[in-house]
Every structure is written in structure tokens, then in C-alpha cells.
Design a protein around this ligand. Structure first.
Ligand code: ADP
Ligand code: MG
Length: 628
């Protein structure tokens, strides 16, 4: 292989994928106070690479290296250079193109979307909260050079870029690269020279990467001495009593890549049939990509301190906001990732850890309601996915759920609170789904519930339409949508003491029949309402049909044709309805009235009249009549 130098192909220039270029533009022009994050990102990548090599060499002994995994940060104040090198897995040419020319990870995509939607001046903050991986190097560097050799290969490559749209890749002689691993060299910008000061860089590494499970050393100058800064020991193997709150927080930040503090820390050792150590965190704030369908949970699975994968299902999807790791003593080290996924041991870990996480949340709910409310605000919408995904834990999850309701104001109410305050003869838990809490709270469909002092859950997360309609009950009380089927409120007394006067005048029945004919197949039925008190009309789903909000959501996703026609309910005691009913044979006006009532009900639901032109004409005719 002595002739690799003579056959080395010329450097090849390539263009960044459009989104990378956009991201880089932002990095290059970042006016951002906390640029230190780039250190954490480069060290995290170096540590990942070391852990990957450790794992791959379990299966392929030829990859095993004599050198212990290590990361070295080298400072060169004279040349204004900072180098991060690792003896990890390294990259092939194809790896380089894929990893450093495109946006591969879903989180960065989510970040880009957020960025596109952000207003001017918000973006710097977003970078800080998010951490954008390798490309963050361009916040502090005019140019970046990555020299790398994949373990087990005979070729080395160098990637260089100034972050301005293109990058170059060339093959280099293997003696210019680490024997295996990667060296990232940053040519620092004028205003970033402080990153070559030893005390600065050591402070940053300690704060951000102090618990990375690979030792980190700092070399003061290219020919200077190397000091080990962190020993790469695994925090989670130490006893709880030997770990401070700051150490937990630092560890959380390095493992989660977030900047907040953990709202909840779980550190314990499971013993008995299976032995494993758990160190998990519930973050304080919501990451951007929480609802990204590609976002998997990212719990790291270790086997006796060797990192195996962060793609195994250690926790169910609805706990994907939980960060941290599980270190198993029992899983065989040489199991493939695919086999791990289907292993009964993993299933046992999943079960044990899930129960523990939910148990801790329940404890928090009891011990610190405010903290729990903050947790719920950040992650409740995700946890609720479990209500229909995890049948076995449905009751537990319903117990953890909190709701805004018509009687709770801004307070969060539990179903237990709700059931404790049931009205006499009330047998169901009522809910309304929509996108806007205020509009829901004032929607005509819940007037009759309000008048009877019946609490209604106001559900505004998209996931609510799904779980609430999945046949849930709590404490023997079924959940029932206020916009579906008959309201059945007859047995519950109104608060003002008046006995419900459900017997409508005979003219009302005649008018209902008239409206039904006039509206034809725009609605599936017209009937006198029990749920209206002040509005004249509202729309509800038929007994068999699906809830109207769910129908809207499905339609928006192109899933179900909007076939099921709603039912129009009329308030037989409303002045407008009684006077229209008493009109005698002015059929033209009654027809206009029927259509306008339907359109009014649609508007109250946040929809448009079905035929806006016809609506305008009708309104015009009626107004002209009123004006004489
Ligand atoms: P992430 O680490 O979340 O995947 P990054 O932008 O930090 O995103 O890195 C992109 C990819 O570049 C990594 O997934 C990895 O494949 C590759 N990479 C970066 N640094 C290294 C390194 N030191 N050794 C090996 N691969 C690396
Ligand atoms: Mg990274």
C-alpha cells in the first residue's frame, strides 16, 4: 500500500444539500452568545464513534483496538486552531458524504422547520435550545477539516469546507489520518480565539461533557503535554448518595443534548430475575421534535457499560420524552441489535421501567401538584397517546391525565376530581373536542350542560379525538362526546331549579319537519335539542357517526371522506325558532331561516357556510325584509 500517495485522486468539490446550506448560512452568521455548544457537539460525536467501535468489535474481533477509547482536544493558539480527535469507528468516503453533506437526523429537520417558522431574531435562541450537531462548528470556525479513517479499512479521507455552500473530499495517505477514528480541525474565526485557552476549554468540557463515557484529554499545544480531564467512568454505576444534583444535571444535559434541567430523575438498580441499572430523566421542557413521527425514543441501552444501541424499544413510544439509559447485566453482549429488539429480556426491562416511570409520575402528582402541572403541560399530549396504545395501562394513564374543564377555569382537573363532583343522576363523563379552548367553552353544544352544572372536559390536543372515542371509561363512567348523539340530559335538574320543560310546542314539531325537508341531505336529521339554552341551533354527530372533531381531523389527513352527515338540533324555546315556527305559510322566509340556522351552527363550530354565496344571498333577503 505504499503507492496510495501516487494514486490518490484529486479533491472533488460537492454542493451541500439545500437544507444544510440553509443551516450553515445560519451558523456562519450566528450572532449567538452561547457558541460553546459546538464543543459539546463535537465531543458527543467523538464519543459516539468510540462507542460504536467498542460495539462493532464485539462481533468482529479484527476491529478490536489495543488503544483504549479516548478523545483528545488539542489547542493551538499560535495557529488559531482547535482539534478534536477520537480513536473511534471513523468514516468511509460514503459515510462522509452522507453524514456531513445532508441532514440525516430527524431532529435537525424538525429544527429547520421550526426555524423557517421563527420570526426574525428568534433563531439564535433556537440554536441554543436545540444543538444542531456537527454543523455548529461553523459558528466559531472559518473552515473545518475532517480527516478520518474507518476502522478495518485501508483508505483515509479528508473533508474540508468553509461552510459557504460547497465542500471538498479527497483521499489522503493513511499516515495523515488516525489509525482508526476521526480528527476534526477548526480554523477559528477572529472572535473565537478564546477557545484556544486551556482554562476556557476545560471549563466548557467539564460543564457540558463531564460525564461522557469516554475519557477526554486536553493538550495545551500541538507539542505540549496531555492532561486527562475526565476519566469516562460511568456515573450510573456509582451509588446515588455519591452523586450531586449538579452531576445529575450535567449528565442529563450531555445524554439528552438539552439545556434545561431534569424535572424528574430516576436512578435505581433493578435486582431479582433481571438485573439492570436505570438512569432516566424527564426533561423540564418540550424538545422541538416531540411530535415528529420519525422521532423514536432515545434511551441508550448498555450491556455492562458497553453502549449497544439507542434504537431499542426500552420504553413505549408515548414515553419518548424520557431521556437517559439502561445498563443491563444480563443481555448477552454479542447479540445483534435486531435480536435485542425481540428479546424477552428487553420486554421485561421495558415492562419494569415503564411501570416505574409511571409510578414516579404518580408520586410527583401527589407530592408536588405544581411541578406535575408543569410536566403535564409539556408532555401530557404525548402521554395521552398511551391511553389508546397501551390498553393494559389505560387506567393508570387515565389517572395521570389532567384536563381543562368548564368548571375548572385555569386549573388542571383529574378524572378523579371530575367523578367526585358528578351531578345527581349523571352517569357519564362528558367531553368536547376542538382546537381552541375558549371557543369550545362557549360552543352551543355545551349550553345545556352548563345550565345543569355538568362539568365538561375541554379537549384541544389532536390526540384527544382518538383516545376519547376509543370506548374509554373511568370509575365505571363512560366518556361521552357532547357533540355526538342524544344528550340525554332529561334526568339532571337545571341549576336554576326550573323543571326541564322538554315538551315542545306542537308548532315546533311541524317546523322541525319543515326544516328537514328544506335542508334535504345537507343533514342526516333535524330534531329538538336538549343541549341548547341560549343558542338557536347546533350541529352534532349522529349516534352512529364519528365525533365531528375526529371527522375533521381525519378529513384533514385525507383519511375518510366526509360522508357522515351531522344532525341539526334546534332550540324549541328560542325566540327565533318559535317565531319562524309560527310564520304560517311564508315558506320562502322559512326556507331561508332553515338554511341560515344551519349556517349559524356551522359558523359556531368554526366552519364556513357550505355555500357562502347562497348564504350571502339569504342573509341579504332577510335583512332587506327586516329593513322594510
Ligand atoms: P448526530 O450526531 O445527531 O447524528 P451530527 O451532525 O452531530 O448529528 O453528526 C452527523 C453524523 O456525522 C453522525 O451521525 C456521524 O455519522 C458522523 N460523524 C460526525 N462526527 C463523527 C466522528 N467523530 N466519528 C464518526 N462519525 C462522525
Ligand atoms: Mg452529534
Amino acid at each position: 500500500m505504499t503507492d496510495t500517495t501516487t494514486t490518490t485522486p484529486a479533491p472533488e468539490t460537492r454542493v451541500f444539500e439545500a437544507d444544510v446550506a440553509r443551516l450553515l448560512h445560519l451558523m456562519v452568521h450566528a450572532v449567538y452568545s452561547d457558541r460553546d455548544v459546538f464543543v459539546r457537539e463535537l465531543i458527543a460525536n467523538a464519543a459516539d464513534a468510540c462507542e460504536k467501535l467498542r460495539y462493532d468489535s464485539l462481533a468482529d474481533a479484527s476491529l478490536a483496538s489495543d488503544a483504549a477509547p479516548s478523545i483528545t482536544v488539542t489547542l493551538d493558539a499560535a495557529a488559531r486552531r482547535l482539534t478534536v480527535s477520537d480513536n473511534g469507528i471513523g468514516m468511509t468516503e460514503a459515510d462522509l458524504i452522507e453524514a456531513l453533506g445532508t441532514i440525516a437526523r430527524s431532529g435537525t429537520r424538525a429544527f429547520m422547520d421550526k426555524l423557517a417558522a421563527a420570526r426574525d431574531g428568534e433563531s439564535p435562541q433556537l440554536i441554543g435550545q436545540f444543538g444542531v450537531g456537527f454543523y455548529s462548528a461553523f459558528m466559531v470556525a472559518d473552515s473545518v477539516e475532517v480527516t478520518t479513517r474507518r476502522a478495518g479499512t485501508d483508505l483515509a479521507h479528508r473533508w474540508t469546507s468553509d461552510g459557504l455552500g460547497t465542500y471538498q473530499i479527497e483521499q489522503v495517505p493513511t499516515d495523515e489520518a488516525p489509525p482508526h477514528g476521526t480528527r476534526v480541525v477548526l480554523q477559528l474565526k477572529d472572535d473565537a480565539t478564546s477557545y484556544t485557552e486551556r482554562h476556557t476549554i476545560e471549563r466548557i468540557i467539564r460543564a457540558q461533557s463531564g460525564h461522557v463515557p469516554v475519557p477526554i484529554s486536553v493538550r495545551e499545544a500541538p507539542d505540549g503535554e496531555t492532561h486527562e480531564l475526565t476519566d469516562g467512568s460511568a456515573l450510573w454505576t456509582r451509588p446515588k448518595s455519591a452523586i450531586t444534583a449538579e452531576q445529575y444535571t450535567d449528565f442529563y444535559r450531555s445524554v439528552a443534548g438539552q439545556f434545561d434541567s431534569p424535572a424528574l430523575t430516576l436512578h435505581y438498580r433493578a435486582e431479582g430475575k433481571h438485573e439492570y441499572t436505570v438512569l432516566l430523566f424527564v426533561p423540564e421542557t418540550r424538545p422541538f421534535d416531540l411530535f415528529d413521527p420519525d422521532r423514536a425514543g432515545r434511551i441508550k441501552l448498555y450491556v455492562r457499560r458497553v453502549f449497544i444501541t439507542d434504537e431499542a424499544d426500552v420504553l413505549p413510544r408515548y414515553l419518548r420524552f424520557v431521556r437517559g439509559l439502561v445498563d443491563s447485566a444480563d443481555l448477552p453482549l454479542n447479540m445483534s441489535r435486531e435480536m435485542i429488539q425481540t428479546s424477552p429480556l428487553l420486554a421485561a426491562i421495558n415492562k419494569g421501567v415503564t411501570n416505574r416511570v409511571l409510578g414516579e409520575l404518580d408520586k410527583l402528582a401527589t407530592s408536588d401538584a405544581d411541578k406535575y402541572a408543569a410536566f403535564w403541560e409539556a408532555f401530557g399530549a404525548v402521554l395521552k397517546e398511551g391511553i389508546y396504545e397501551d390498553f393494559g395501562r389505560r387506567e393508570t394513564l387515565l389517572g395521570l391525565a389532567r384536563f381543562r374543564t368548564t368548571s375548572g377555569g385555569d386549573a388542571w382537573r383529574s378524572l378523579k376530581d371530575y367523578v367526585a363532583d358528578l351531578r345527581e343522576n349523571q352517569t357519564a363523563i362528558y367531553y368536547a373536542t376542538g382546537t381552541d379552548r375558549d371557543r369550545l367553552a362557549s360552543s352551543p353544544q355545551i349550553e345545556g350542560f352548563r345550565a345543569r352544572g355538568i362539568e365538561v372536559l375541554l379537549l384541544t390536543d389532536p390526540v384527544d379525538s382518538f383516545w376519547a372515542a376509543s370506548g374509554v371509561d373511568f370509575d365505571g363512567k363512560p366518556l361521552k362526546s357532547v357533540t355526538q348523539g342524544q344528550a340525554d340530559l332529561g334526568l339532571i335538574a337545571p341549576l336554576d331549579g326550573a323543571t326541564p320543560d322538554s315538551a315542545a310546542a306542537p308548532e315546533a314539531d311541524t317546523f322541525v319537519a319543515f326544516v328537514k325537508t328544506a335542508l334535504g341531505d345537507a343533514v342526516s336529521d333535524v330534531r329538538v335539542s336538549e343541549r341548547l339554552t341560549t343558542s338557536a341551533a347546533c350541529l352534532v354527530a349522529s349516534d352512529q357517526g364519528i365525533d365531528r372533531q375526529l371527522e375533521r381531523l381525519l378529513a384533514a389527513n385525507g383519511q375518510t371522506p366526509r360522508g357522515a352527515k351531522p344532525v341539526l338540533e334546534l332550540n324549541a324555546h328560542h325566540d327565533l325558532v318559535t317565531r319562524l315556527a309560527a310564520l304560517g305559510d311564508d315558506d320562502a322566509l322559512k326556507t331561508d331561516g332553515a338554511h341560515l340556522l344551519l349556517d349559524e351552527a356551522r359558523i359556531a363550530d368554526g366552519e364556513l357556510p357550505a355555500d357562502t354565496r347562497a348564504f350571502a344571498e339569504r342573509l341579504g333577503r332577510v335583512m332587506a325584509k327586516a329593513l322594510g
